[in-house]
Design a protein around this ligand. Sequence first.
Ligand code: NAP
Length: 314
Amino acid sequence: MAGPNGADYPDRFWEETRMKIGFVGLGNMGLPMAANLLAAGHTLTVWNRTEAKAAPLKAKGAKVAATPAEAARGAEAVFSMLADDAAVGSAVFGKEGIQAGMSPGALHVSSSTISVALSEKLAEAHASAGQRYVAAPVFGRPAAAESKQLWVVAAGPKQDVERCRPLLEALGRGLTVLGENAPAANVVKLSGNFLIASMMEALAESFALTRKSGIEPKAFLDVFQSVFARSPIFETYAQLIAEEKYSPAGFKLKLGLKDMELVLGAARGAEVPMPLASLVKDQFLGGVAQGHGDLDWSALGALVAERAGLKRGT
Ligand code: NAP
């Protein structure tokens, strides 16, 4: 297979545990991720717009490049961990960008949270240059990156994902491979962040309602920790929605509507706007209106899927 400088590399090349890696983007996430790759014994050349942030890695033996292209030059794999689409676009496609520096056959591992459209563009651009591309965004905050507790979701051609598997495994506690279409990993990452954001809005609304009703946040936190946190509740509902198992009902959707109305009644009394609760109440109301009141309340999954034009069981 073709490697850096267009040379053909024997298979054993990829079996070497020590790889030559470029790493572009040393922000809150990139810095600890790059440090873990270094600690795993790989050779690193790093680039960051603000060069001073590379100092801790330089002290541990990484080379510091003047441009993204220089970080990518001669590397078997080059990671990018940058803020957003604009940053990734300029660092990859710029005159002194990653793509210009990558050799044919070299691999770009894109870990930033970016749009599906940009990920598609990256897949096409690298393929047409004879380069390889894997999307590997991550779940977990900087502290998790430091302690190798990230969860990586990766997608791309099978052999390329397998080639960078040891690198991805060096970043976290686990890896889910989502098939050969790289942008699928970006869809999963964005869905995950939507899940977190919705959960935070629900938490924020619950804390506001209880607090304004005279309950100490610590007391509600105690209930939350005893009943919801680290509990199988999320897991149960995710499974019911994934399997579209809405009948027989464990808890009827029409009773869910009643409870959301009770929540909103309490919120009205306490003068606490709860937009997410209002939205969920209307979702349940729509479900009852469509004749689904006796399905399990997790049939919210079916209502949303139907409005997205999805057929049951597909
Ligand atoms: P950050 O601390 O703000 O770092 C952003 C990085 O992008 C820095 O290296 C910054 O360079 C660089 N950058 C920004 N604009 C640029 C530009 N126009 N040209 C070149 N470089 C540019 O962000 P982060 O928290 O590490 O996040 C990085 C990515 O991971 C984001 O896509 C984020 O959504 C995702 N993510 C974050 C978390 C988290 O908890 N923080 C978790 C999972 C995923 P400078 O140092 O020069 O500013």
